[in-house]
Design a binder for this molecule. Structure first.
Ligand code: NDP
Length: 327
């Protein structure tokens, strides 16, 4: 594995370039402010709305997206993934020229070839492993959010130096930027979203349903599951000291219970279910389904969200929050 730190990147690569942040949202604002604080010339392209006003209030020169696409040398496409195709086709593509670099914070649209940039532009990715607020806060605190960096298309031999300079400018090389690919970043990200988090969310939901059916108090169950914040602390300790090593912070009874029952609740055979999800992601089956869903106006997505928000857990959470605030 190759990992880049500050010493591997040269901010001078961006010295004579203008970076256009297209989409001043979660990532756009955080990365734009970090790059400007690193001495990079940054402009903002956004639709005329609240985000546009926010960019102006933050002191940026803001303009319509097409204008930023013409003025910028490095174009950071930071609008949501599901609208990137339209924004790219209508506002960016007509203005692209040799020497420009397209930068993504996630590989989805390039990996599944939903956006196909012309050969004469560089295509890079600097994908922070953190939400925008974290990218900014860590930078201000003198550290940085780790990231994956990748080059999909190196048109002029400058793609890697530009990618590393962007990673440095946003603070990523302070923490470490892992050399990756659009495929690896996208597939891993989707696997987390489609396999790991669903297992955790389903487990919490099924546990709540079972324990309440068995007569346990609903508020007490949620407190035990995640309401107290203990689960979040366990994850923090996993990141800090390790998945198994953090177990020493729990009682012997807890450790024995976890280790002895683990394979029974999730047998090794479950790997084949996980493999099926991964295969769908890799073959583009999920991307096809999601694109069709988007084109149809999100009917299934809206139904699933409504069902989730109608679950009684939501009301119990509200009661639990009131109880906890009262203490
Ligand atoms: P946001 O949802 O915060 O939106 C970004 C911007 O896009 C906003 O300024 C928004 O304007 C604008 N926008 C939305 N719809 C349109 C449209 N139809 N036309 C033009 N502009 C539009 O995006 P994120 O920052 O969350 O995501 C940007 C990229 O960063 C994505 O590729 C994402 O995968 C990646 N990423 C995101 C992370 C995160 O934590 N959120 C983490 C790592 C990567 P307005 O608000 O005014 O509508």
């Amino acid at each position: 594995m190759q990992i880049y730190y500050d010493a591997d990147a040269d901010l001078g690569t961006l010295g004579n370039k203008t970076v256009a942040v297209v989409g001043y949202g979660n990532q756009g604002r955080a990365q734009g402010l970090n790059m400007r604080d690193s001495g990079v010339e940054v402009i903002v392209g956004n639709v005329q709305d609240e985000s546009f006003e926010r960019a102006v209030a933050d002191g940026f020169t803001a303009m319509p997206i097409a204008e930023a696409a013409r003025a910028g040398d490095v174009l950071c496409l930071f609008v949501p993934d599901e609208v990137q195709q339209v924004v790219y086709r209508q506002e960016l593509e007509p203005h692209l020229r040799a020497g420009q670099t397209l930068n993504f914070a996630h590989g989805y649209n390039i990996h599944y070839r939903l956006i196909r940039p012309p050969e004469e532009v560089n295509v890079i990715m600097v994908a922070p492993r953190m939400i925008g607020v974290g990218v900014r806060e860590r930078f201000l605190a003198g550290s940085g959010a780790p990231a994956f960096v990748a080059v999909q298309q190196d048109a002029d031999g400058q793609a890697w130096p530009v990618a590393l300079a962007v990673a440095k400018a946003i603070g990523a090389t302070r923490a470490g930027a892992i050399r990756s690919t659009f495929a690896e970043e996208t597939e891993m990200d989707h696997f987390m979203e489609q396999a790991v988090w669903p297992v955790i969310m389903r487990l919490l939901t099924l546990t709540y349903e079972l324990l309440v059916e068995e007569g346990f108090q609903p508020e007490a169950v949620l407190m035990e599951l995640y309401g107290s914040g203990e689960a979040a602390q366990v994850f923090e300790e996993m990141a800090r000291v390790g998945l198994f090593r953090q177990m020493s912070f729990h009682s012997q009874t807890s450790q024995y219970g976890t280790l002895s029952r683990g394979p029974r609740v999730l047998p090794d055979a479950f790997k084949s279910t996980l493999a099926g999800i991964l295969e769908e992601i890799r073959a583009g089956v999920f991307a096809q389904e999601w694109e069709a869903e988007r084109e149809a106006g999100y009917p299934v997505f809206e139904r699933l969200k409504a069902e989730a928000l109608a679950h009684e857990i939501n009301q119990v959470e509200e009661r639990l929050q009131e109880i906890m605030q009262a203490t």
